[in-house]
Design a binder for this molecule. Sequence first.
Ligand SMILES: [Fe+2]
Length: 263
Amino acid sequence: MDDARLANLRQWFFDYCRTFYTENEEESRNIRLKEEHTARVCAAMEILADSVALSPADRRLAAVIALFHDVGRFEQYRRYRTFKDSTSVNHAALGARVLAEEGVLAGLPEEERRLITSSVGLHNVFRVPAGLGERHRLFLRLIRDADKLDIWRVFIEFYGQPAGERASAVSLGFPDIPECTPAVVATLLRGEMVDLATLRTLNDFKLLQLSWVFDLNFPRSRQMVRELGYVERLADTIPRSPDVDRAIGVVRDALFRVDPATF
Ligand SMILES: [Fe+2]
């Protein structure tokens, strides 16, 4: 894939997004949120790609994966008016289907098409599946980190906004009550990722987001989270108890642990 093709794909995505804006302000805010998220994930991907010294060709591939990672969000929202996969559709699988149905990747080499489609389709899985080829694993780990880095920004902005200005679909409908579920806190205390299915409240959702620190793949990602202060900023919005304090301590330890010299 050359630079001209990458530019075409960016134009396609821009035009595709335009077809989802409506007269309805709330709906358009949710669409805009995903369009902006995509732009920022692309920016984070460039930083990560630099940090692992990808070749120019692989950087373009990574850029396309970032551009399309949430392409399924638009159709998901149009059909179901939610970003909650559990009550609608797996947006990653839908994204892979959109790419195929729209013929977006036609003409690209088979290996590139496979890597892009599969990375889009798997970007949201709970854990990177075993048995992927090394290149596939690399791109999947990159998009998962780039995605998380911007989701933290989206949520921190969301929690800081007055209710009337929030993009309504961000909180996935969890009730904003001052409670953390003990089982969710216990998962963090074990240094494990929280499963979306165990959540009851918006504060649980914040704990889940904190647990993503355990799943970051690259030293540069942890560095960005430290520099941007995401853990502190998220933690500041959670009602504290001794257990919650300890859980946040576990997250902080993972973030500040010494990175090995190699990946
Ligand atoms: Fe996604």
